[in-house]
Design a protein around this ligand. Structure first.
Ligand code: MF3
Ligand code: CO
Length: 259
C-alpha cells in the first residue's frame, strides 16, 4: 500500500531531506584521490549523528556502514573499506540515507575523483539529466511509467544501459515503501501519481550493458560487462499543488519544460 503524506508529514520529510543534502554536499567536497572510502563513511556517520539523526543504511538487513561507496564498474551497495583507496580517474557513487524524527531521506550522487575521462564525465552528466527528465514527470495524474520512460529514453539515446534489477522506491517512515520506481517503462502505464506521494527516484546507468551481478560480499552490485556505472538519487514529494519537490535538494526549482 502507498502511504500518502499530509502537509505536516511532508514538513518533517523536508527537514530530513535538508539535513541529508548538507551531509552529501560535505561528502562531495571531501572526495580526494588517496583517501579510502572508509574515511568518507566515518565522516558521514559523524555528521549525521551530530545533528541527532540516525544513519538508515547501518544495520539495514545487516548492511555494515553509513554510506554505500561504489567505484567504477560497481553500480551500488559498495561497502566502504580501508583498503579501497580512491585514485585519479575513478568514478565514485556515494549513496546515503538518514532518519530524522522518524522520517527517512535517501540520496546519491556520482563524482569524478580528480580529472576523469570525457567518456566518464558524460556518463555522470547524462545520469543526472536522466534523473531530472524523470522527476519532471512526477506530477499529479501522470503514471510511474512516465518517469521510467523519460529516464530510459534519455539514457538509451546515448547508447547507455539502464539497470533494471534495481529500482527507486516509495519512502517515508520506512526507507523502502511501495511503489517501486523503475528506470524504464511505458508512458501512461503503472501506478497513477498523486499529491502526498514521496518517492526516491534513482537512475543507475551503465556505459555498456544493463545486466548486473552481485559480488561475494553479498552486497556489491557490479555490471556484468564491467562497464562503468553512475547513480543519482533524490527523495522527492508530489506536493499539494501536484508538482514535484526535491526534498533532498532544498531550494531547487524545476524550470519550465521547454522541449
Ligand atoms: N539507497 C539504497 C536504496 O535506495 C539503499 C542502500 S541499501 C543499504 O535502496 F543496505 F545499504 F541500506
Ligand atoms: Co534509494
Amino acid at each position: 500500500m502507498i502511504y500518502l503524506k499530509n502537509a505536516q508529514q511532508l514538513a518533517l520529510m523536508r527537514k530530513a531531506g535538508a539535513l541529508l543534502y548538507e551531509v552529501l554536499c560535505h561528502l562531495r567536497e571531501a572526495v580526494k584521490p588517496g583517501m579510502s572510502t572508509a574515511e568518507l563513511d566515518v565522516y558521514a556517520e559523524q555528521m549525521i549523528r551530530k545533528h541527532k539523526a540516525v544513519p538508515s543504511f547501518l544495520d539495514y538487513q545487516g548492511y555494515p556502514a553509513t554510506i554505500c561507496a561504489s567505484v567504477n564498474e560497481q553500480v551500488v551497495h559498495g561497502i566502504p573499506s580501508d583498503t579501497v583507496i580512491l585514485k585519479e580517474g575513478d568514478v565514485l557513487s556515494v549513496d546515503c540515507g538518514l532518519i530524522l524524527d522518524g522520517w527517512q531521506a535517501d540520496s546519491a550522487f556520482t563524482v569524478g575523483v580528480g580529472p576523469i575521462s570525457p567518456e566518464n564525465r558524460r556518463l555522470i552528466d547524462v545520469t543526472e539529466e536522466c534523473f531530472f527528465k524523470g522527476v519532471r514527470q512526477a506530477v499529479n495524474g501522470n503514471h510511474l511509467g512516465d518517469i521510467g520512460f523519460a529516464v530510459q529514453t534519455h539514457a538509451e539515446s546515448f547508447g547507455y544501459g539502464v539497470i533494471r534489477d534495481l529500482t527507486g522506491h516509495g519512502i517515508g517512515r520506512a526507507m523502502h515503501e511501495e511503489p517501486s520506481v523503475p528506470n524504464f517503462g511505458r508512458p501512461g502505464h503503472g501506478t497513477k501519481l498523486r499529491p502526498g506521494m514521496t518517492l526516491a527516484i534513482e537512475p543507475m546507468i551503465a556505459m555498456g550493458d544493463y545486466h548486473v551481478a552481485e559480488l561475494e560480499d553479498g552486497w556489491t552490485i557490479v555490471t556484468e560487462d564491467n562497464s562503468v556505472c553512475a547513480h543519482y538519487e533524490h527523495t522527492i514529494a508530489i506536493n499539494e499543488h501536484g508538482l514535484p519537490e526535491l526534498l533532498t535538494y532544498p531550494g531547487y526549482v524545476l524550470a519550465e519544460e521547454t522541449t
